[in-house]
Write a protein that binds this ligand. Sequence first.
Ligand SMILES: Nc1nc2c(ncn2[C@@H]2O[C@H](COP(=O)(O)OP(=O)(O)O)[C@@H](O)[C@H]2O)c(=O)[nH]1
Ligand SMILES: [Mg+2]
Length: 180
Amino acid sequence: MSEHKILFTGTAGAGKTTAIGAISEVAPVRTDVRNTDATVLKATTTAGLDYGELTLDNGEKLRLYGTPGQQRFDFMWKILARGALGLVILIDNSRADPLADLDVYIGGFRALIDEAACVVAVGRLDTHPTPNLEQFATRLLTHGVLCPVLPIDVRDPAQVAQLLDLLLIQLETRTENCLS
Ligand SMILES: Nc1nc2c(ncn2[C@@H]2O[C@H](COP(=O)(O)OP(=O)(O)O)[C@@H](O)[C@H]2O)c(=O)[nH]1
Ligand SMILES: [Mg+2]
């Protein structure tokens, strides 16, 4: 049975824990601890990681990891990225500069993005419509990164599942390209 390791990253509050919890078929493992970061209005924030699992119809198992969001944990990003086949960058569009947030995760996961599949999912677009999806796509191009950008509500399991489908389709396409 084949397995895929998929990472979810993004700022604290972007929805990593919610997204993994929405679709995991095992009780998600969470390491949220009391928030000591005064810039984030949340009682808890992810200081370690999230873990969940999802079995696809074809029997493949996805191992889902949520990374610590804050850049001061970027040493852990490299450890978590080992062996990963896909990356989901979650954007919280209610933050001050979501395009700058994108830059941080593109930079932090560049090696993985260049050899794996990547999707950028933008949340809270209903209340915070700018920057829009096109602006995110343009920003990716300035980094030389080509990957899908789509809106997401991490609270909706169907939308999170669609996101993973999009990642897996990219992986299949890559494999075919390598074989041909
Ligand atoms: N109102 C609203 N809440 C959202 C939306 N997207 C995410 N959330 C909430 O934002 C929070 C995200 O927190 P969490 O998953 O812990 O983020 P993490 O720090 O990335 O793990 C959750 O309470 C979600 O319910 C949205 O579009 N609208
Ligand atoms: Mg979390």
